[in-house]
Design a protein around this ligand. Structure first.
Ligand code: ZN
Length: 263
């Protein structure tokens, strides 16, 4: 099958699913019948976005190392190393339970139309990153499915999500050609943590020349190596990356301990 034929299969499956729903009851990914997304799952998507970059190993960079305890502005800093993330990442929650079911139904279960529900849920996260940088209308760049080391299924979910996000008015979609530049084999562990990605094409050149401010959009973040690779590629092309917005994160920060209380 050529590329176009491959692309047709999921689309036809989608149309079939939509047609069947006219006679069969609509069902939420959680199993609840009567709606594409039940009220409980809608509430889940309505949660305020959380910062997850501290849980992404590949996004950390060494910022300081101390052999012994040091005082800095009267604050004692313990011996050890400090890590800071290379970019802020916002997620709706942990990739588990209901949220995981929604993502899987959207990606693999022929429910691409959930993009229309996921986009307004992610819009506040885009606005938060844009406001922090003082940018009114950032460009939204999806991580192409191929680069994300996922099976190409003939439809690009993240691109569809970005189009739906642009329709909410939080930014402009910027779809770029992106490809990994080197094989991952034979590299050291440290290098493998970063995927080398290159963006190309006219849209990338123009956005680079204009120094566009961009927010990267992806579905799930695990180690953050793909996000780091995308950030590197976009920065190298001349763009400014404000951060990334994802639906779910493999890990989320545990609540910070309350001072004075011990577990
Ligand atoms: Zn539900």
């Amino acid at each position: 099958m050529d590329d176009e034929t491959v692309g047709l299969v999921p689309r036809m499956r989608e149309i079939a699913a939509q047609t069947c729903s006219l006679v069969a009851p609509r069902q939420c990914p959680c199993g609840h019948e009567g709606a594409w997304l039940c009220r409980r799952c809608r509430t889940l998507l309505g949660a305020p976005p959380i910062r997850v970059e501290s849980c992404c190993d590949a996004l950390q960079q060494l910022t300081a190392a101390r052999i012994r305890e040091q005082l800095e502005d009267g604050v004692p800093l313990p011996a050890g190393v400090d890590h800071t993330a290379v970019l802020p990442v916002l997620a709706l929650g942990e990739y588990t339970g209901q949220l995981q079911r929604i993502v899987l139904a959207w990606k693999n279960g022929g429910m691409l139309h959930l993009s229309g529900t996921l986009a307004p849920a992610l819009a506040p996260a885009v606005t938060e990153l844009a406001a922090a940088a003082g940018v009114p209308h950032p460009s939204l760049v999806p991580v192409p499915s191929r680069v994300g080391a996922r099976l190409r299924r003939g439809e690009d979910h993240t691109a569809e999500l970005v189009r739906a996000l642009a329709r909410t008015g939080v930014g402009t979609s910027l779809l770029l050609r992106a490809a990994p530049t080197t094989a991952q084999e034979g590299q050291g562990a440290r290098q493998r943590r970063t995927r080398r990605i290159r963006v190309s094409g006219r849209a990338a050149r123009r956005a680079g020349q204009e120094g566009a401010s961009v927010v990267i959009i992806d579905d799930i973040v695990t180690t953050g190596s793909t996000l780091r690779g995308m950030r590197g590629a976009l920065t190298a092309a001349g763009m400014t990356v404000l951060g990334a917005v994802v639906i779910a994160s493999a890990r989320v920060p545990t609540p910070a301990p309350i001072p004075g209380r011990f577990p």
